[in-house]
Design a binder for this molecule. Structure first.
Ligand code: PRX
Length: 654
C-alpha cells in the first residue's frame, strides 16, 4: 500500500515553539502525574475541572469488567457544569456561541443567554413529561437550539440521541425505535448548499410508516422554525419551539444526578447491519471531554475563539462542540452550512471574521481545500490561528504539511487526535506545547490513557512493528455499553482480547522506532468515508432491499478526497432483467442508497456484475473486490470456490 509506504518514510519533526510552550495548558508534568497514579490523576482532573453537587469518594469500579463505573458515588449536573457555573462565576456576558447561518445571518449567544434558554427548555421538557432516563431524539441543523436541546435534555437527567440531519427518515426511524424515544426535537429545515433542506417531513415519515410491531413511543415533536419551509402539522403532537420555549419560566434549578446517569446514546456503524447505540454516562465522560479539550486544544477560555467544524450529529460534535468547550467556558464558532457555500472561502471568511484561534477539523476537509488551491485561504487573514486539530481518519503527511503551512502560517502546532464514538473523548494525540509532532502520526496516548499495539495473540509488537490497536486500561469517558444489547458490547469490543482484558478498537496501527503510534485504518468491514464510519453490511442490506438487486458486496476503496469511498458490486435479479433494461440502473441504485441511509452512504461507483467472489464456505472476499475497485492487480484467488470469477468481474468493471 503506497499510503503506508509513504508514512513509513516520513521523518520530519516539528518541536513546539518556546513561546507556545511557555503559555501551554498541557504540560509534561501531566504525563508524570498520570504515570505515577493513573486513577488518582483522573480523580484530580475530575475534582479540578468538574463541579460536583456531591463529591465522589470512589474513583474507578472495575469489579465487573467490561462494565466500568467512574466516580460512581458522586453527583453532578452536566448542564450546570456547561452553563450556570460560568454565569455564577461572573462570566455570563462571555459569548458561548458565535453562530453563523449559511445564508449569512448570525447570532451571538452569551453564557447567560444560553443558560436562560436551556432553563426555559428544561421547563418545557418537564411539562412534556420528560424526566430522568427518558430518551429524546434530536434531529436538528447546526443552530444554537441544537446545543441548547442537548443541554436541556442533560439538565433534566434524560438521555439524548442526536441523529445527524443528513440521515434519511428510515435511519431516523430505526434510531427512534431502538431507543424508544418519547420526544423528537427537530426543525422545519436548515440551510445546506444554498437552499433549505427540510427536516420535519423526515420526522413525519419516520413516525408515520412504522413497521409492524414497532411500538409508538413518541408523544411529541418540538419544532424549531429555521428554514421557513412549509410543514405538515399534527395537532396535539407537534409543538413550535418559538411558542413554547419563550413562554416557559426561566427559573430552573439543576438537580444533581449520579455520575453514572446515562447522558446520551449515539448510533454508529458496526460490522453487522444494525447501527449500535453507543451509551455514554455523565461524570467520567464530562471529565475526559473537558480535560482533553483543554490540554489538547490548549484552550484559554478568556481569550480563545475555538471552532470545531463537526456536526453535532457525530461524536466530535458531542464532545468538542457541546460538552468539552462549554464545560471549559470557551467561546466558539458554530456554523450551519457547508464549507463551500456560498463561496469556496467561506470557512476562511469565518476564521477572519471571528478571529478563530483554535481550529479542529477533519482530513477530508483539508484535502478538499488543497484541491481548490492555496489561493483561496490566502485571500483571508488567518493570523489569529494558533492551534490546528485533525480528527476522524489518518491524515496523510502532505495534507498535514499543507494544513500547517497554509492555514497555520507554518507555525501553528497540529494535533492529530485519534479516538472513536466509543471512547467518548480523545485518546491519542500530541499535546501542542509538549510533543514534537510528526506529520501523519497521532503519536502518544494522552496522560491517563493506556494504549498498546499487539499481535493476534495480544502480545506487544515492539517498536518498528505493526499490529492491532488496543486500550489496555479503562478510561473515564469509555462507552458503558450498547443500548439494549450488553452481549453485543462484550462481543464487539472485549472478546478478541478477553484473556488480557483489552478493549479492541478495530484499527490497525504501527509503532515507529520512537514508539509513536501511526494509525493504519480499520481492520474490519467498516469503512471510513470523510471521517464517518459506515458499515459495508448496512449498505449491502440497503442495496438488496431494492427490487432489482439479488446480491450486493460493498467495499471501501481509497479516495483522494474522502479517504475511502463506497464502491458496490451488485448482481441483478434475472426476473428484473427480463422486464427492464439495466441502463441507468447503477445511477438509480446510488440514489437509492442515499435515500435509504443518507447521502454520505451513497456509493461512488456501483458495478453490475454476474457473480461475486466467494470462498468455499460462501464468504465474500472483499479484499479481491477492493483490488478491482482500486484498479490494482487482483491478489491471491486460490481460496475462491471458483477461481475464474475474478477475471470475469474485472472484465465487467472495465
Ligand atoms: O478508524 C479510526 C478513525 O475513525 C474511527 C472512529 O470513528 P468515529 O467513531 O466515527 O469517530 C470519529 C471521530 C472521533 C476510528 O476507529 N479515526 C478517528 N480519528 C483518527 C482515526 N484514524 C486515524 N487517525 C485519527 N486521528
Amino acid at each position: 500500500m503506497s499510503q503506508i509506504d509513504s508514512l513509513l518514510h516520513e521523518d520530519r519533526h516539528f518541536a513546539p515553539a518556546a513561546s507556545f510552550r511557555a503559555q501551554a495548558v498541557g504540560t509534561a508534568e501531566l504525563y508524570e502525574r498520570a504515570a505515577a497514579d493513573r486513577e488518582g490523576f483522573w480523580a484530580e482532573q475530575a475534582r479540578e475541572l468538574v463541579h460536583w453537587h456531591r463529591p465522589f469518594t470512589q474513583v474507578l469500579d472495575w469489579t465487573n469488567p467490561p462494565f466500568a463505573e467512574w466516580f460512581a458515588d458522586g453527583e453532578l449536573n452536566v448542564a450546570y457544569n456547561c452553563l450556570d457555573r460560568h454565569v455564577e462565576a461572573g462570566n455570563g456576558a462571555r459569548v458561548a456561541l458565535y453562530w453563523e447561518g449559511e445564508p449569512g445571518d448570525s447570532r451571538q449567544v452569551t453564557y447567560a443567554e444560553l443558560t436562560d434558554e436551556v432553563k426555559r427548555l428544561a421547563n418545557v421538557l418537564g411539562d412534556l413529561g420528560i424526566g430522568r432516563g427518558d430518551r429524546v431524539a434530536i434531529y436538528l441543523p447546526m443552530i444554537p437550539e441544537a446545543v441548547a436541546a442537548m443541554l436541556a435534555v442533560a439538565r433534566v437527567g434524560a438521555i439524548h440521541s442526536v441523529v445527524f440531519g443528513g440521515f434519511s427518515a428510515d435511519s431516523l426511524r430505526a434510531r427512534i425505535d431502538d431507543a424508544g424515544a418519547k420526544l423528537v426535537i427537530t426543525a422545519d429545515g436548515g440551510w445546506r448548499k444554498g437552499k433549505v433542506s427540510p427536516l420535519k417531513p423526515a420526522v413525519d415519515q419516520a413516525l408515520a410508516d412504522r413497521g409492524s410491531g414497532a411500538q409508538e413511543t413518541v408523544e411529541h415533536v418540538l419544532v424549531v422554525k429555521r428554514g421557513d419551509n412549509p410543514v405538515d402539522w399534527a395537532e396535539g403532537r407537534d409543538i413550535w419551539w418559538h411558542e413554547a420555549v419563550p413562554a416557559a419560566s426561566a427559573d430552573h434549578e439543576a438537580q444533581p444526578f449520579p455520575a453514572e446517569n446515562p447522558l446520551f446514546i449515539l448510533y454508529t456503524s458496526g460490522t453487522t447491519g444494525k447501527p449500535k447505540g453507543i451509551l455514554h454516562t455523565s461524570g467520567g465522560y464530562l471529565t475526559q471531554a473537558t480535560f482533553t479539550n483543554k490540554v489538547v486544544h490548549d484552550i484559554h477560555p478568556e481569550t480563545d475563539v475555538y471552532w470545531c467544524t463537526a456536526d453535532i450529529g457525530w461524536i466530535t460534535g458531542h464532545s468538542y462542540v457541546t460538552y468539552g468547550p462549554l464545560s471549559n467556558g470557551a467561546s466558539q464558532v458554530l456554523y450551519e452550512g457547508t464549507p463551500e457555500s456560498p463561496e469556496p472561502g467561506r470557512w476562511w471568511a469565518l476564521v477572519e471574521k471571528y478571529k478563530v484561534s483554535v481550529l479542529y477539523t477533519a482530513p477530508t476537509a483539508i484535502r478538499s481545500f488543497m484541491k481548490q488551491g492555496r489561493q483561496i485561504p490566502q485571500q483571508y487573514d488567518l493570523s489569529s490561528i494558533r492551534v490546528l486539530g485533525s480528527v476522524g481518519e489518518p491524515i496523510n503527511p502532505e495534507a498535514w504539511i499543507w494544513y500547517r503551512e497554509i492555514i497555520g502560517a507554518d507555525e501553528a502546532p497540529i494535533v492529530d487526535t485519534w479516538w472513536q464514538t466509543e471512547t467518548g473523548a480523545i485518546m491519542i494525540s500530541a499535546l501542542p506545547g509538549v510533543t514534537e509532532t510528526k506529520p501523519g502520526s497521532a503519536q502518544v496516548p494522552i496522560p491517563g490513557v493506556s494504549i498498546d499495539v499487539v499481535d493476534e495473540s495480544g502480545a506487544h509488537v515492539g517498536n518498528g512493528n505493526g499490529g492491532l490497536l488496543v486500550i489496555t486500561e479503562p478510561w473515564p469517558s469509555m462507552l458503558r455499553g450498547i443500548w439494549g444489547d450488553p452481549e453485543r458490547f462484550v462481543e464487539t469490543y472485549w472478546e478478541k482480547f478477553a484473556d488480557q482484558g483489552y478493549y479492541f478498537a478495530g484499527d490497525g496501527a504501527r509503532l515507529d522506532e520512537d514508539g509513536d503510534i501511526w494509525l493504519l485504518g480499520r481492520v474490519d468491514d467498516v469503512m471510513n468515508v470523510s471521517g464517518h464510519r459506515l458499515s459495508t453490511a448496512e449498505i449491502e442490506s440497503a442495496l438488496v432491499a431494492n427490487e432489482a438487486v439479488a446480491e450486493a458486496a460493498v467495499v471501501g476503496a481509497s479516495d483522494e478526497t474522502t479517504g475511502q469511498a463506497v464502491v458496490a458490486f451488485v448482481i441483478i435479479k434475472e426476473n428484473y432483467l427480463k422486464q427492464h433494461s439495466p441502463d441507468g440502473l447503477a445511477g438509480t441504485l446510488r440514489g437509492w442508497v442515499g435515500e435509504q441511509i443518507g447521502p454520505i452512504a451513497r456509493p461512488r461507483d456501483v458495478y453490475i456484475v454476474g457473480e461475486l467472489p466467494k470462498t468455499r464456505s460462501g464468504k465474500i472476499m472483499r479484499r479481491l473486490l477492493r483490488d478491482v475497485a482500486e484498479g490494482r492487480e487482483v491478489g491471491d484467488t486460490t481460496t475462491l470456490a471458483d477461481t475464474a470469477v475474478m477475471s470475469v468481474i474485472s472484465a465487467q468493471v472495465r
